[in-house]
Design a protein around this ligand. Structure first.
Ligand code: KIV
Ligand code: ZN
Length: 515
């Protein structure tokens, strides 16, 4: 019996980017969009075009480039947002506008300060306006998870009449639990007279750790689109993790009457890419994409796996892309082999100079580390991009000393707007000393609110990938750096965050402010 299709709507580039510190550049977003297209994601929510010029351009370039997935832009239920989304999406082969307005008593009263009747009229008007640009229009009653059922039914019936083709039910604050959320979807689909004219979708946040469970419960009750993000990235505790939703549905086909058409072998490469670009590490015990997801430590488990894989594994590691992390290159690999492998990983350089500079870095790395894996290449390219985009502060050199019984010291030389400046400092350890030396030069006034180190591959010769988070006057900026030397990687990450801070951004947040 053929199954119904479950539409996978990825919002890594929109809701995912709303995670504090996860902002991405236009090029980074395009790289992720290409990886999502390769994975055959049905809909890519590429951003919130009116948030900033950068967001508009990112949605626009993704709309121009991606041909296999539908490209979606978010818009509040106001003319300016809808027109901005329509314009940004104009070049898309397949475009969707996603418009939303809050429907819960608490949001209508305190955020919108609007009467329910006015909310209904504004929702209808927004959907009609969006239909001027595309016949693929999604409507979300924001905070549906805390809205009154009768009111939700009223709004949804009207927006379907106005032309909405997808109705997305967000559990905006992650308040629902699975049986209740599934029942909500069931009730809406039963009670709304024109429910059969739209596809029902869900968008769950993970505040109680239930985003995936709620989404799956909704699918069991008739939802046919799930909104999710790679690695569960997203506002606060994040959104439902794409990899978990997809693998639950694919693995438990005995329970689900629908299936996705996603190429699951792209899940792990995509997860690595998003983690590299955003600097949000994946916890080792994370389902599907965590380093330990398919590792069997205990003797009993290992014995069982050797006798028959099914004893302790419900999925095959290679089916979600784990086998892709091959040893690909080494010290003697040439420029052509390097370029070919990067192309296989969908990494293409704009110019020969960029390729040459990445190749020089690769040779440097291969001298320090004999076996180069795909993950090393991803980290190397991300690191190279960071340097290319950093203009104001550049690292010239770092020297760090640590010895038992001695106070760690570090000396730094930076190039700041063409001028070389050096400083030394002591600290609790060499990294602390290096950061203090940098601060004595730049006096950024920032607070370091996160410092994390991850090894890109295994072994002590692995590159360390460092994330730093700086907070300054309410802004949160993540910086990244990779190197086989942890102190150098840390300094690169700190300098990267300083540069991002310097570039600044007055990006609007879709769920705050007007409407
Ligand atoms: O969480 C939410 O309600 C959203 C909407 C914009 C769909 O992200
Ligand atoms: Zn959301």
């Amino acid at each position: 019996m053929s199954k119904e299709k479950l539409i996978i709507f990825d919002t890594t580039l929109r809701d995912g980017e709303q995670s504090p510190g996860a902002s991405m550049t236009k090029d980074e977003k395009l790289r992720i969009a290409k990886a999502l297209e390769k994975m055959q994601v049905d809909v890519i929510e590429a951003g919130f075009p009116v948030a900033s010029k950068g967001d508009f351009e990112a949605v626009n370039v993704i709309a121009k480039t991606i041909k296999e997935s539908t490209i979606c832009g978010l818009a509040r239920a106001i003319d300016r947002d809808i027109d901005g989304a329509g314009e940004a999406l104009a070049p898309a082969a397949s475009a969707r506008i996603h418009t939303f307005i809050a429907t819960s008593p608490i949001h209508m009263q305190h955020k919108l300060r609007m009467q329910p009747d006015a909310v209904v009229e504004q929702a209808v008007k927004a959907v009609k306006r969006a239909r001027r640009y595309t016949d693929n229009v999604e409507f979300s009653p924001e905070d549906a998870g805390r809205s009154e059922l009768d009111f939700l039914c009223r709004v949804i019936e009207r927006v379907i009449d106005a032309g909405a083709t997808t109705i997305n039910i967000p559990d905006t604050v992650g308040y629902n639990v699975p049986h209740q959320f599934g029942q909500l979807i069931h009730n809406l689909m039963e009670r709304i007279p024109n429910a059969d004219k739209a596809i029902f979708s869900v968008h769950c946040h993970n505040d109680l750790g239930l985003a995936v469970a709620n989404s799956l419960s909704a699918v069991l009750h008739g939802a046919r689109q799930v909104e999710c993000t790679i690695n569960g990235l997203g506002e606060r505790a994040g959104n439902a993790a794409l990899e978990e939703v997809v693998m639950a549905v694919q693995t438990r086909q005995d329970l689900f009457s629908c299936n996705t058409t996603l190429d699951a072998t792209q899940i792990v490469p995509c997860s690595r890419l998003v983690s590299n670009i955003t600097g949000f590490p994946v916890q080792p015990n994370k389902a599907i994409v965590g380093a330990n997801a398919f590792a069997h430590e205990s003797g009993i488990h290992q014995d069982g796996i050797l006798k028959s894989r099914e004893t302790y594994e419900i999925m095959r590691a290679q089916d979600v892309g784990w086998s892709n992390n091959r040893i690909v290159l080494g010290k003697h690999s040439g420029r052509n082999a390097f370029r070919t492998r990067l192309e296989e990983l969908d990494i293409v350089f704009d110019s020969e100079e960029e390729l040459n500079s990445a190749f020089a870095r690769f040779k440097d790395l291969a001298d320090k580390k004999h076996e180069i894996y795909d993950d090393d290449l991803q980290a190397l390219v991300t690191d190279a991009n960071l340097v290319a985009e950093n203009e104001t502060v550049q690292l010239i050199s770092v020297k760090a000393c640590s010895e038992t019984g001695e106070i760690p010291t570090a000396s730094i030389t930076l190039l700041i707007e063409g001028e070389e400046r050096s400083a030394s400092a002591t600290g609790g350890g060499p990294v602390d000393a290096a950061f203090k030396a940098i601060e004595s030069i730049v006096n950024s006034g920032t607070e370091l609110t996160l410092y994390s180190v991850n090894n890109v591959t295994s072994g002590t010769d692995s590159q360390g990938e460092v994330t730093t988070r700086l907070t300054h006057e309410g802004r949160v900026i993540n910086g990244q750096g990779a190197d086989t030397d942890i102190v150098v990687a840390s300094v690169k990450a700190y300098v990267n965050a300083l540069n991002k801070l310097d570039q600044g951004s007055d990006k609007g947040h879709p769920q705050l402010g007007e409407v």
